[in-house]
Design a protein around this ligand. Structure first.
Ligand code: DX5
Ligand code: ZN
Length: 219
């Protein structure tokens, strides 16, 4: 049975006290800390890099789920591994044909490897990576900003991806969804085949963070 995991994104937190924000989501029952790394090239905004990951590492025992929205991710993965990343996610759109070798390099560094597709990329682009992947990530918004609306075509992509995993003996593979996840749509997203939900605004805007995280998990 696949475990449902909630990964709040610190992108929606207060950057002047990120350590405290990480402690707050940890105390509220999160399963992973989602770190949105943006380089101003692959996506227009710039957020933070490996130094931030290293700084938050002592503030939680949870896994740090590092989503690299950067060009040439292969040139940065050693830094993120050294900083304490537990999962490194790399985009098909940034890696192209090199994606499998980039994922192998991540795993050689003792970090879990995840491949990601943007909304405009067919989910089939992840099929070739299933053998190497510890997790698969389907973007449900255009990457770059928090607080966007969930793109409904994602449901069908999730169904096709989960069906492919099951047909290839990878029933237990984690499938993550990122963008526009709310208490209202979480159940349908899980039913479509995802089991790891990233949630930025939904978690950080909540007055009861613990209650929101349980609700997202379907408790
Ligand atoms: C978008 C990021 C997401 C984002 C999610 O580029 O990858 O992780 O922070 O934020 P919400 O949950 O607000 O859509
Ligand atoms: Zn993300």
């Amino acid at each position: 049975m696949l475990e449902t995991k909630i990964a709040p994104s610190i992108l929606a937190g207060n950057f002047s006290c990120v350590g405290e924000e990480v402690e707050r989501i940890t105390a509220s029952g999160a399963d992973l800390v989602h770190c949105d790394v943006m380089d101003g090239n692959f996506v227009p905004p710039i957020t933070f890099g490996a130094q931030m990951v290293q700084s938050i590492r002592p503030h939680t025992a949870l896994g740090l789920d590092c989503h690299l929205m950067v060009l040439h991710p292969e040139t940065h993965i050693e830094d993120f591994a050294r900083a304490g990343a537990d999962i490194i996610s790399v985009h098909v759109e940034a890696c192209g044909k090199k994606i499998l070798s980039v994922m192998r390099k991540i795993k050689e560094l003792g970090v879990r490897a995840c491949s990601v597709v943007n909304p405009e990329t067919p989910v089939e682009a992840l099929f070739d990576t299933v053998e190497e992947a510890d997790m698969l990530l389907v973007m449900s918004v255009h990457p770059g900003w928090g607080g966007q609306k969930f793109i409904p075509e994602t449901f069908e992509k999730l169904r096709r991806l989960r069906a492919f995993c099951i047909a290839n003996g990878k029933d237990e593979l984690d499938i993550e969804v990122d963008g526009g996840v709310t208490e209202e749509n979480a159940k349908s997203i899980l039913e479509a085949g995802a089991n790891v939900l990233v949630a930025g605004s939904a978690v950080f805007r909540a007055t009861d963070m613990r209650g929101t995280i349980s609700e997202l998990r379907g408790e």
